[in-house]
Design a protein around this ligand. Structure first.
Ligand SMILES: [Zn+2]
Length: 236
C-alpha cells in the first residue's frame, strides 16, 4: 500500500468505513491515554466500560499489575503524540505490529464488495494492549491522524492550574477539529484570554484615549506634523 502523506484530505480515504464499534474503540483508546495514572482495577475498567457493548463489560486488567497498565497508558500517550506530530512513524508502526503479532486482538478478515479490498469485521481487543493497538491502527487506517489535537487550555496560574496535556480526537463529521478536551477547559481558556490579552488591549486603548485628550495637537483636531517635531522629514 502506498504511503499517504499526513496532509492528504481524508476524502481520498473511506473514512466512513469506520463502524460504530471502531469509533467506540478509538474513543476509549483516547480516554485511556487521557486518564490519570490508575490506582485501582476499577479505574481501568471504568474507561473501557464507558462503551455500551456487551463484550466491553469484562475485566480488562486480568491480573496484570497496575504498574504495567500505567506503562501502557504512557505508551498510548506517546503514540498519540507522535501520530499527531511526526512524519517518521515507522518506529511506532513497528510497535503496533509487534503487539498484533502477539495476538493482542482478533478480527475476521473479509473482502469488501465495494472497494474490493480487505476489511476486518468486528476487530476485538483481547486486553488493554489490544485496545491500544486497535485504536491506533483504526486512526491510521482511516487517515485521521490530523484529527488528533492537544487540548488548547493553557492553564491558569491564578488557579494553580497547568497546561492541559489531554488529547482530543475529532471524527470527520465535525467540520473543524475540536480544540478542547472539555467544555470546562474551553470556558476556562476564554477566561484566561480575557485576563491575558483583552485587558491589556483595553488598557492600551485607554492610554491612547488619555493621550489624545491631553495632547495639545490632537485636542485641536489639527493633523500631527509629519516626521519629527520640526517637520523636517515631511514630504515635499
Ligand atoms: Zn483540557
Amino acid at each position: 500500500m502506498p504511503v499517504r502523506p499526513v496532509d492528504q484530505p481524508e476524502g481520498a480515504r473511506k473514512v466512513h468505513d469506520l463502524s460504530e464499534q471502531d469509533r467506540d474503540i478509538i474513543g476509549a483508546f483516547v480516554r485511556f491515554a487521557n486518564a490519570r495514572p490508575f490506582k485501582s482495577e476499577a479505574e481501568v475498567n471504568t474507561v473501557f466500560w464507558s462503551i455500551p457493548r456487551d463484550w466491553a463489560h469484562r475485566n480488562w486488567v486480568q491480573g496484570v499489575e497496575l504498574v504495567n497498565i500505567n506503562l501502557d497508558r504512557e505508551t498510548a500517550r506517546r503514540w498519540l503524540g507522535q501520530m499527531m506530530t511526526q512524519r517518521d512513524l515507522k518506529p511506532i508502526i513497528d510497535e503496533i505490529n509487534e503487539r498484533f503479532a502477539r495476538g493482542v486482538a482478533h478480527a475476521m478478515p473479509m473482502l469488501d464488495a465495494t472497494s474490493h479490498r480487505i476489511r476486518h469485521q468486528d476487530s476485538l481487543p483481547n486486553g488493554v494492549e489490544g485496545w491500544m493497538a486497535l485504536g491506533a491502527m483504526l486512526i491510521f487506517n482511516a487517515g485521521l491522524r490530523h484529527r488528533i489535537e492537544r487540548c488548547h487550555y493553557k492553564g491558569n496560574s491564578n488557579f494553580g492550574e497547568v497546561k492541559c496535556q489531554n488529547f482530543v480526537f475529532s471524527f470527520p463529521e465535525s467540520r473543524r477539529p475540536k480544540l478542547y478536551c472539555s467544555d470546562a477547559h474551553r470556558r476556562k481558556q476564554e477566561v484566561v484570554r480575557v485576563g491575558g490579552y483583552r485587558q491589556p488591549k483595553q488598557r492600551i486603548r485607554r492610554k491612547a484615549a488619555h493621550r489624545r485628550e491631553t495632547s495639545p495637537h490632537r485636542s485641536e483636531r489639527t493633523p500631527a506634523p509629519r516626521g519629527g517635531e520640526d517637520g523636517s522629514r515631511g514630504s515635499l
